[in-house]
Design a protein around this ligand. Structure first.
Ligand SMILES: [Zn+2]
Length: 405
């Protein structure tokens, strides 16, 4: 038996059983009750493991358009209730940090208060979010690495993209967006030159050159190509970004995975036994960059890389680390939901449903590790609920905050 994942014995077919939708819906509803009961035990209030991540889950249910008005209102009330569990004091220093800091907290508070119609309160949090821009503008604002997704500029910009969808308006002026994207590119060029990297843009986080979604190159490149106002204005930057994407693809292994860091290339490659097939490290996170690149550059080879990621995740993605998004079964299941949206092939919907099914079978429950934060959005069941809900309406499915459409 492999160390890190359960062997996948499910049939890979197209015989969808739609009666499962009722099951997922009921599982999601009972999980939300259990999460609500335990939400106060969260040790922080950020998106990753804290209360704001749980409130986001309730907000997502409330706005999914798949519940009646009574249920939607009840979920929205729960979202506010969860926000009120922890006292929140704005911390300007952390105001640009999205997944693990105040930018994410302020964005979700703004969205929830907007949804309940309290525009005055919503505006306060939106203004707090905007303050993050000034904090992360200086190129060296975070010495350990200020460009990545969790606490860096890439995360902040994903926050902007999300808020623009929520409020259906511009949140940050184009000029500032272009400036921030240019800073990311400049930061990558400087680091690459200094370290003589083969990539025209390279970044490090606490001295490691990560490639995956958590702290690595892929989410940084993904956010840059998500702003047409930037890539159309800066053709040289666009070229460097595309070169990086193509070089990253050249590192895809025969089985479809990617090294976690630049240190793991060539002779230092992880053994198959040790390779990580997580959203945070490995193909399941780099997949979103490839999908976005396919939509932006319209090159078939990018889609083919996505399909390879999908086959890898099908074979090695039933992780033993629990049901979460970051390094768990639900996070990996999201790969199939996006493949379904990209290809409209029912086979991928079946794969997503099998991953959902696996979360609740005895083998998984008995032999999986319990996450440190079992109710949270990224490590725990709040993320699982988002995944189960997206199975019910797969045409709109999207990994939290990383929608490529
Ligand atoms: Zn992880």
């Amino acid at each position: 038996m492999p160390n890190r994942y359960f062997r996948n014995v499910f049939p890979d077919n197209t015989n969808l059983n739609y009666s499962y939708y009722v099951i997922w819906r009921n599982k999601a509803i009972s999980l939300t009750k259990w999460i609500m009961k335990n939400a106060s035990s969260s040790s922080s209030n950020d998106l990753y493991t804290g209360t704001t991540g749980i409130a986001y889950m309730f907000y997502r249910l409330a706005t999914s358009n798949t519940y009646d008005t009574r249920m939607s209102t009840s979920y929205l009330n729960k979202a506010v209730e969860v926000l009120n569990l922890k006292e929140y004091k704005f911390n300007e220093k952390k105001s640009s940090q999205f997944i693990c800091g105040d930018a994410g907290i302020n964005a979700v508070y703004a969205a929830i208060y907007h949804q309940i119609g309290d525009e005055k309160t919503s505006e306060i949090y939106l203004e707090n979010f905007k303050k993050g821009l000034t904090i992360c503008k200086p190129i060296d604002f975070h010495m350990a690495g200020g460009d990545e997704y969790f606490v860096g500029r890439a995360g902040y910009l994903f926050g902007v993209l999300w808020l623009e969808k929520v409020f259906a308006k511009k949140i940050i002026a184009d000029q500032d967006i272009v400036e921030l994207c240019s800073t990311i590119v400049e930061s990558g060029r400087r680091y690459s030159k200094q370290k003589k990297s083969m990539f025209p843009l390279m970044y490090s986080y606490y001295n490691k050159e990560y490639l995956g979604a958590a702290h690595g190159l892929c989410t940084i490149l993904q956010v840059l190509i998500s702003f047409p106002q930037f890539i159309h204005k800066e053709p040289q930057a666009k070229q460097d970004i595309k070169t990086c994407i193509d070089m990253l693809i050249s590192l895809q292994t025969a089985n479809g995975n990617f090294p976690c860091t630049m240190n793991e290339i060539g002779p230092k490659q992880r053994s198959e036994q040790d390779e990580l097939v997580h959203w945070c490290h490995g193909a399941p996170g780099i997949f979103y960059l490839l999908a976005k690149a396919y939509l932006v550059f319209n090159e078939r080879s990018y889609l083919e890389c996505c399909l390879k990621c999908g086959d890898l995740v099908w074979n090695k993605g039933l992780l033993k680390k629990g049901p979460g998004l970051c390094h768990g079964v639900a996070g990996n299941g999201y790969v199939f939901l996006l493949l379904y949206r990209l290809t409209h092939e029912v086979k991928y919907l079946n794969r997503a449903m099998k991953f959902a099914e696996f979360i609740f079978i005895e083998e998984c429950i008995q032999k999986s590790r319990t996450p440190d934060h079992p109710y949270s959005l990224y490590e725990g069941f709040a993320g699982t609920v988002c995944f189960l809900e997206d199975l019910v309406s797969p045409d709109n499915a999207n990994f939290p905050f990383l929608d490529v459409f």
